[in-house]
Design a protein around this ligand. Structure first.
Ligand code: ATP
Ligand code: MG
Length: 255
């Protein structure tokens, strides 16, 4: 279902790559401005394809995507993208990597450097600004990629398993950093993950994709802002169990 007040509206979107069968089948999704929605699903079910469609990087075979009511024609400056691998440029320093979305379009100003430095501070790697990506750990690279996606203050972020390669504690820290930053900016987020607990911790709403269809959507009514301890709440575990069973049964429908 989609409405005109949504930030992202995905309307009856189907997609098939040139050489194959349908990867996405009649997807309807509506993400209100400022909401944090998560998408989980088994490997190969079509999550990245849907994210690329919403980003305007791939065109739908049928149906379409609207941003604030406008049909998308290609990548929008209103939307930042964080890939599964941090994809930083090795020949640029960390701060210049963060500034890349600006320097690709115009001359970097002193104020932009200030913004980038503030973001590095917020994600906890201000002291590494002059290093090169190869001199950072995986978690530090993920933090730099997050700062880069936020440097233009996009109203929306699309994130494709950005923390998949990290250890559990670093991952939890980054989840909290992300929630803090997007709450501060009222950013609309669509976040793809394999990790059910990550989706429940982050999301206002979680959708499960199965073989190119949305098999279930569940509203997550845990208190916000989320705090680490809520992971041990029986209510949290109940949400995870319902989503997990939907991933195995394919048929469960929650509220
Ligand atoms: N460029 C492409 N050309 C043809 N088929 C593709 C292309 N990209 C993806 N596919 C196929 O489309 C299907 C969905 O791929 P997609 O990358 O969207 O899955 P995913 O849910 O993101 O998987 P994962 O969790 O492993 O990242 C897969 O069967 C994949 O092989
Ligand atoms: Mg993927």
């Amino acid at each position: 279902m989609s409405t005109d007040t949504a930030f992202f509206s995905v309307d009856r979107v189907s997609h098939a790559y040139e050489d194959g069968a349908a990867v996405l089948r009649a997807i309807d999704w509506s993400i209100p401005a400022g909401a944090f929605h998560c998408l989980v699903g088994r490997s190969g079910c079509g999550k990245t394809t849907l994210l690329k469609l919403v980003a305007g990087l791939v065109q739908a075979t049928e149906g379409g995507v609207r941003i604030e009511g406008q049909a998308i024609q290609g990548p929008s400056p209103k939307v930042g993208f964080v890939f599964q691998t941090p994809a930083l440029l090795e020949w640029l320093s960390v701060i210049d990597n963060v500034l890349l979305p600006i320097s690709l379009h115009r001359r970097v100003q002193v104020a932009d450097r200030g913004t980038a430095a503030e973001l590095l501070e917020l994600v906890g790697i201000a002291d590494l600004a002059k290093r090169h990506p190869g001199q950072l750990s995986g978690g530090q690279q993920s933090r730099a990629a997050l700062a880069r996606a936020l440097v233009t203050s996009p109203p929306a972020l699309l994130m494709d398993e950005p923390f998949a390669a990290l250890d559990a504690i670093t991952r939890e820290e980054l989840q909290d950093d992300l929630l803090r930053l997007v709450a501060l900016r009222r950013t609309t987020v669509l976040f793809v993950t394999h990790d059910i607990a990550e989706a429940v911790y982050l999301g206002d709403r979680v959708a499960v994709m199965d073989q190119g269809k949305i098999a279930l959507t569940a509203s997550i009514d845990l208190a916000k802002p989320r705090v680490c301890d809520c992971r041990y709440d029986p209510h949290f575990t109940a949400h995870c169990q319902k989503i997990r069973s939907a991933m195995t049964l394919h048929t469960v429908e929650l509220d």
